[in-house]
Write a protein that binds this ligand. Structure first.
Ligand code: ADP
Ligand code: MG
Length: 450
């Protein structure tokens, strides 16, 4: 349960980083949340008719994006002016104060669907197997084990299965967890004061499912007691013909220190790999992305990006947005070849680089901001140090791709959700703030030795 006012506060916090300061203060800050009905319709009010019109005309995109992030994908927004607010409250009473809400937010990203998944040679078998599993959970391939490199669509496909089941089989109990979430939840239950109860609750939660999806299972490799718990969860579900879907960056045989009995469980269904996309698939993915995001970009630019990008689809998408945002910054409606070259050639692309260590990144950030390492990884909360810290966290996560928990350890034992929050905040800023783009670009160049 959460109260409405703090949920609204979270929406405002999101908006604060996605819109300019001026628009935030002018248009968003004065908004008031009035009511949230049936987990579906959100009522907010503005202080004037003209403010309402401004919001409706210019800011609905940003507003609904932030609202959807917090309240869930299917939420409808109703903007009221002052008079309408008074009428609403007269009719329905004042609801905001302490209204407690149990969000039934869709845990699956609504963009990650089968429809949005471009099928090519590299992923057609994973697509077909996932589709079959979504249509007949527990009956076809069990477990379905999908493996492949970073950014090739594993998480997307799991969410696609989730979205499909939500739509066509809404009564099924479906759960998606990352391996880290599973491990953390388990460890938390062990550490709880009422340990037995917590462990039983943990088991009840994971063993009474129709479909369990575990993302990035490779991180289980060093966690012996979590492996043991997962083994029992697996058996319980499997014996009851419940569907299990697992992803990993490598096949079961290459996951080190994986207990043999778990390895053999993973191998008893279908193991399918997802490969790097070929050129045509890359182009198709970029086209789809342009459609979705309403980017106007020339065909030759798309080819240029496809050619330039490595095989990681996340990177491919990142490059496309970079090109688009650069064009946008310069006030153009569509991106040309010139923009693409400016955005991608100058960019000191630092591919995943084994030579760079977390310390190198921390050093570079400290040099850039003239801060000390002690402050950067320490507890200080002043604005001067929080921004560098978030950028360092973002860069470590982006460049080194190490787990959030490990990054948390580097930063003085911070919780992985804090780390995730920092990383995501910078990702969002990078899309909208020229300043952040420049800072991050500069530090990346420093890391390259430039
Ligand atoms: P992984 O989990 O394998 O690291 P993700 O599922 O997070 O990769 O995918 C990275 C990005 O690439 C996501 O934005 C995803 O939507 C996109 N993507 C991956 N594969 C495809 C595909 N076949 N079609 C469209 N988008 C894709
Ligand atoms: Mg993933």
């Amino acid at each position: 349960m959460q109260d409405l006012t703090s949920l609204w506060q979270a929406v405002l916090e999101k908006l604060e980083i996605t819109v300019s300061n001026v628009s935030f203060v002018m248009w968003f800050k004065p908004l008031k949340v009035i009511d949230f009905v049936d987990n579906k319709i959100l009522y907010i009010s503005t202080n004037s008719v003209s403010a309402k019109n401004q919001i409706l005309r210019n800011y609905m995109d940003k507003l609904s994006e932030a609202v959807r992030d917090i309240f869930g994908d299917e939420v409808e927004i109703n903007v009221l002016d002052q008079n309408e607010e008074i009428e609403y409250i007269e009719k329905n009473g004042e609801k905001t104060k302490n209204k407690e809400i149990e969000l039934t937010k869709n845990p699956f990203n609504s963009k990650y669907t089968f429809d949005n998944f471009v099928v090519g040679k590299s992923n057609q078998f994973v697509y077909a197997a996932s589709r079959a599993v979504a249509e007949h959970p527990g009956e076809k391939f069990n477990p379905l084990f999908i493996y492949g490199g970073v950014g090739l669509g594993k998480t997307h496909i799991l969410h696609a299965i989730g979205n499909y089941l939500r739509e066509y089989n809404p009564n099924l109990k479906v759960m998606y967890v990352t391996c880290e979430q599973f491990a953390n939840a388990y460890i938390e239950s062990l550490g709880s004061a009422t340990k037995t109860k917590a462990t039983l609750e943990f088991r009840a939660k994971y063993r009474n499912l129709d479909v369990l999806m575990v993302d990035d299972i490779q991180f289980i490799s060093k966690k012996t007691s979590t492996q043991e718990e997962f083994f029992h969860t697996f058996n319980e579900l499997f014996q009851n013909n419940k569907q299990i879907i697992i992803t990993s960056d490598r096949p079961p045989k290459d996951i080190e220190t994986l207990a043999d009995r778990l390895r053999s469980r993973f191998t008893c269904g279908l193991i399918q790999d997802i490969q790097s996309p070929d050129f045509e698939t890359k182009i198709a993915i970029l086209r789809k992305k342009c459609q979705q995001e309403k980017y106007v970009i020339d065909d030759d630019v798309i080819e240029y990006v496809a050619d330039k990008a490595d095989t990681n689809i996340r990177e491919l998408e990142g490059m496309l947005s970079k090109v688009y945002f650069l064009a946008n910054l310069m006030g153009k409606r569509s991106a040309s070849m010139e923009d693409a070259k400016a955005a991608l050639d100058n960019e000191a692309e630092l591919e995943k680089n084994e030579d760079v260590t977390p310390d190198d990144i921390i050093d570079a950030v400290c040099r850039y901001f003239d801060a000390t390492k002690q402050d950067l990884i320490g507890k200080k909360k002043s604005k001067e140090i929080v921004e560098p810290r978030m950028i360092a966290i973002y860069l470590i996560s982006e460049i080194l791709e190490i787990p959030l928990v490990s990054i948390g350890k580097i930063f003085g034992g911070r919780d992985h959700t804090t780390i995730m929050h920092s990383r995501d905040k910078v990702s969002v800023q990078l899309k909208t703030s020229h300043k952040t783009q420049m800072i991050v670009g500069e530090i990346r160049r420093m890391l390259k030795g430039g």
